[in-house]
Write a new protein. Structure first.
Length: 580
């Protein structure tokens, strides 16, 4: 799903624990990170050598931990799914991986995935990811999602509640089930549009509908959802500003992060500039001291949004931005902004800007594009959104998350690829297969410190979720004793992307990543996926079972009617069920 959101980054002080050695070609600059965001943080990398036999030993690798800013050759012992020992001494294991010449880093955390499909998970594991989460789209029912993937996931998995999916349930009467797996988000959109009108995207809710939208979002927080998400960029015609503000208040009420694909797109011009949409969400977050992820800020005026994020991080706000390294987005062909009455207003020409997913070439005519749109409204296309020179500039951003914004791929029969499919069968966006390969290759070619990139792909998401008390993230994103053994091993000199827009190459695996460990289990070993291993664990807050939903957003004291006890906000329903 292409997005218009923005993302913020933090710069705070850190304690350095670096240990340079012969394998570190040059000293790595300290990464600006706040040590101790997890109660389990352990910056000791010289553990006492034990006689134990570990499940897995990673020997002679360049161990890198962004939180402690450690960079040195060590041996790592894994036992019971955790990093049991990091030491310079010799240790033995049931299985030993010789990581000489390779970086041993915390598994990459992808905060922006809309696909939890089997093959897609394997493909992103080959790109180094150990955790995939949806903090931009999400689901209508948190329990439905987690029940569906329990014991069936190759990678760790998590999601927040989806603003647009909840709107479809409330305003288009789509089924909760089809709206509760991001993998099928386009199917959910298609179902909502079967009557020719997408109320979720185009209509302003009644006060009664507004309250139901809030109720379902609050229920999702009680059910353990990791975030409140909004893709308001796809429904800007129907979402009032007060609706966004109320959703951010719900996130704040439960101390959760708010993830947003903000208003206005990368193709729109003033007065509908992308950065103005981002400022709406940022202003709300600043007003309520709320936590925030700004999704794929890699749109027009991203430079000022990055600065905005960095300045707010310097004030120690729980805010971070993310981007994906691609000049093309992957919306569904019937996204509101691509419909016949809107496409020209958004400065989009199918023959200049949109690749036909069946051919990998630009659409030959507008008629060809609109015929495909009418025939299959859920089909994904590739939309050129950005100048190519930005690809060289984005890797220089620090303390920013990097995600692939993955969309599920369905074959010509409408089926998801099985986990053992060959990558040549994949026809989705190439960035889904190669995001981390791209950024590490660019970093190497441009001389960007390796620790900066590891910090972005591994630690930044874990850091901010840790500050919000998400235990599953307090134990990940770090290469430290006691942490869960989610580990990516790669060759800094050869890691690179292989996927491209050509048919048969869109899912080509990233080169230079021989091993990936999820919860102490080798899911990628010597470049081959162990597809029988379903090691993924849920990333989720604990359920809240006490009390019941109370839609008091703790905001009356700030409103004009603060001293009028019987007056409610104009867009909400009174406690007696009446509209003010």
């Amino acid at each position: 799903m292409r997005k218009l959101s923005l993302f913020v980054v933090i710069t705070v002080s850190l304690v350095a624990c670096s240990d340079q050695n012969e394998q570190t070609q040059e000293p790595q600059p300290a990464t600006t990170a706040k040590v101790g965001t997890s109660p389990l943080t352990n910056c000791s990398f010289d553990g006492e050598t034990l006689s134990d036999t570990f499940d897995i030993v990673i020997s002679n690798g360049r161990v890198m931990d962004p939180e402690c800013n450690f960079d040195g050759v060590r041996n790592v012992g894994i036992k019971g799914g955790r990093i049991a020992l990091i030491t310079a001494g010799e240790i033995s294991g049931t299985k030993t991986i010789d990581a000489s010449g390779h970086a041993v880093v915390p598994g990459f955390i992808n905060t922006h995935s809309h696909s939890f499909a089997p093959f897609d998970q394997k493909m992103v594991a080959h790109d180094g990811a150990t955790t995939i989460m949806d903090t931009e789209g999400g689901v209508a029912s948190i329990p439905y999602f987690y029940d569906k993937y329990e014991g069936k996931s190759f990678l760790n998995y998590g999601t927040g509640v989806s603003h647009e999916a909840v709107r479809r349930v409330v305003m288009d009467k789509t089924s909760v089930e089809i709206s509760s797996d991001p993998t099928h988000a386009y199917d959910s959109r298609g179902e909502a549009q079967e009557d020719g009108h997408a109320a979720w995207a185009l209509d302003i809710p009644t006060p009664e509908q507004h309250m139901e939208i809030l109720r379902l979002n609050e229920q999702a927080m009680r059910d353990g959802g990791i975030s409140v998400n909004s893709t308001v960029g796809y429904m800007g015609f129907g979402v009032p500003t007060y609706e966004m503000f109320d959703l951010q208040k719900i996130a704040k009420k439960y101390n959760r992060i708010f993830g947003s694909h903000t208003r206005f797109g990368p193709t729109e011009s003033l007065p509908a500039n992308y950065s103005l949409g981002a400022r709406e969400i940022v202003a709300n977050a600043v007003a309520i001291d709320g936590a925030l992820i700004l999704s794929h800020i890699n749109n027009q005026n991203w430079q000022e949004i990055y600065e905005l994020c960095a300045r707010l991080q310097e004030r120690d706000m729980v805010i971070f931005c993310e981007y994906y390294p691609s000049i093309t987005g992957n919306p569904n062909i019937a996204a509101p902004g691509l419909m016949p009455d809107q496409i020209k207003k958004n400065n989009v020409d199918p023959t200049r800007d949109i690749y036909n997913p069946d051919t990998g070439e630009l659409f030959a005519t507008e008629e060809e594009f609109f015929a495909m749109q009418k025939a299959d409204s859920s089909k994904g296309v590739f939309l050129i959104l950005r100048p190519p020179e930005w690809l060289k500039q984005w890797p220089h951003m620090k303390n920013i998350a990097i995600a692939n914004d993955s969309i599920a791929y369905f074959d010509e029969d409408g089926e998801l690829l099985p986990i053992d499919a060959d990558f040549s069968e994949y026809g989705g966006h190439p960035r889904n297969a190669s995001t981390y390969g791209i950024v590490f290759r660019e970093a190497r070619e441009q001389g960007i410190p390796l620790m900066d990139m590891v910090n972005n792909v591994s630690y930044i998401p874990a850091k901010y979720f840790s500050r919000l008390g998400l235990k599953d993230m307090q134990e990940r994103g770090r290469l430290q004793e006691g942490m869960i053994a989610d580990i990516t091993i790669f060759d800094p000199d050869t890691i690179a992307d292989s996927a491209n827009m050509k048919a048969g190459m869109r899912g080509a695996y990233t080169r230079g990543i021989p091993h990936v460990i999820v919860n102490g289990q080798l899911v990628i070993e010597n470049g081959v996926a162990n597809t029988s291993i379903l090691a993924g664990q849920p990333i989720r807050y604990e359920l809240i079972t006490e009390g019941e939903i109370d839609l008091d957003l703790n905001d009356k004291q700030y409103q004009w009617h603060a001293d009028l006890p019987d007056v409610e906000s104009y867009h909400r329903v009174n406690t007696n069920g009446e509209t003010p």
